[in-house]
Design a protein. Structure first.
Length: 157
């Protein structure tokens, strides 16, 4: 009887350990680390299955990038991390579908954008370091021009 009780307790502890891991909270202001001419700054509000991201891009060399490229990087986006697909239609005919879901401790965003005949598929994975001070974003973009992948590193401010 004692042997079964010990196995039961061990089983319960394993289950609690597996399901008890908390998902990372990305709330904070994050500044991109790197040697590029522009720096991306994300202000993230993360609460349960709601995520709001405000992105700014700052040109570190005033004339290095044209204004148009910087404007596209600015913006405010809201996501539900419930794994459901959310669809939207723009006024100009653009359509997009976005899904945000957890894959272990990584938060994954998948989006498909259809703009006329042009289709772009993006997959971005966010992971936090063990200390919670470094955010790594791995972004893969697939479109008619091919496949590009980039890894960006951010430090908590």
């Amino acid at each position: 009887m004692q042997r079964y009780r010990g196995r039961f307790v061990l089983t319960v502890l394993c289950v609690v350990s597996a399901f008890g891991r908390q998902k990372p909270n990305f709330t904070g202001t994050w500044k991109q680390v790197g040697d590029s001419n522009w720096v991306e700054i994300d202000k993230i509000e993360h609460q349960d299955s709601h995520l709001k991201v405000v992105t700014e891009a700052r040109d570190t060399i005033a004339t290095a990038l044209p204004r148009v490229s910087l404007v596209r990087m600015h913006g405010e986006h809201e996501y539900r991390t419930d794994g459901d697909e959310h669809a939207e239609n723009g006024n100009n005919g653009r359509q997009w579908w976005t899904t945000a879901y957890w894959q272990g401790s990584a938060l994954v965003f998948q989006s498909v954008v259809k703009d006329g005949y042009r289709v772009t598929v993006t997959r971005e994975s966010w992971t936090l370091s063990d200390t919670g001070e470094t955010l790594t974003k791995t972004r893969r973009i697939v479109n008619m021009d091919g496949v590009t992948q980039k890894t960006l590193t951010f430090r908590r401010q």
